[in-house]
Design a protein around this ligand. Structure first.
Ligand SMILES: N[C@@H](CCC(=O)N[C@@H](CS)C(=O)NCC(=O)O)C(=O)O
Length: 232
């Protein structure tokens, strides 16, 4: 039986977790409402031809709706925008108020050159060190923590000054789901205990209270347990 929607991704991937969280927050369950197809970026799965023929961007997350004109879409933010529009999840991505929608888009447009640096500059070296195990060069965690503080501080000054959620919203939107997986992973992986910027910590606490938070981050915490065991 086709469930209509196939989501390709991995639980450790930040944008994949944001998409999975959005689906769960809207009562969409794996196996009941959509199919979750695990792709392991570290094994090069996203560069294999079975994946790239469907998704030439060679990155996950990506979705496929075989019964809907064989629709295929990659890029976490584009997927979240599409799912919200299609399912009328107005509270996560406003459609009737153009200015509210534009404020969500404003954050999403900046994400890859700002918050995403948490993954590129900090998460990736930690991940590589877990993968190399004993052969890994010791990481400079002090420097990684300092970089994390810099990114969090910039995020706070740009996006958390005008309200409890990103860009002045009273309730979380897909912008928060997208940003959270970037910033939360650093304390989750022991890069630092908490951020110096209280606005960031308070925002993270509000996000932690959302349903399904712990389920969405279970794999990352398992990875941290492995990292601790290996002493890297
Ligand atoms: N801009 C993309 C980034 C996606 C991305 O970086 N995906 C990683 C996993 S987190 C990936 O598939 N990497 C595989 C590779 O680079 O070969 C998005 O926001 O969805």
């Amino acid at each position: 039986m086709s469930l209509g929607l196939k989501l390709y991704g991995h639980w450790v991937s930040q944008p994949a977790r944001s998409v999975l969280w959005l689906l769960h927050l809207n009562n969409k369950q794996i196996g009941a409402d959509f199919e979750f197809k695990k792709v392991e970026p570290m094994n090069g799965d996203t560069r294999k031809s079975e994946f790239t023929t469907l998704f030439p961007t060679a990155k996950s997350p990506a979705i496929h709706e075989p019964d809907n004109n064989d629709f295929k879409l990659a890029e976490g933010s584009a997927i979240m925008q599409y799912l919200c529009d299609k399912n009328e999840w107005e509270n996560w991505y406003p459609s009737s108020d153009l200015q509210s929608r534009a404020r969500v888009n404003e954050y999403l447009s900046s994400h890859h050159t700002t918050s995403r640096r948490c993954t590129l500059k900090i998460f990736h070296p930690v991940m590589m060190s877990i993968m190399k195990g004993k052969k890994a060069e010791p990481l400079d965690y002090k420097a990684l923590a300092a970089t994390s503080e810099k990114e969090a501080n910039r995020f706070s000054k740009t996006w958390l000054q005008n309200g409890p959620f990103v860009n002045g919203f009273e309730k979380p939107t897909i912008a928060d789901l997208f940003a959270y997986t970037e910033f939360a992973q650093l304390p989750q992986m022991d890069v630092l205990e908490r951020y110096e910027d209280d606005k960031v910590n308070e925002w993270m606490n509000r996000m932690k209270d959302l349903p399904h938070h712990n389920d969405m981050h279970r794999s990352l915490l398992k990875l941290t347990a492995l990292k601790r065991k290996m002493g890297v």
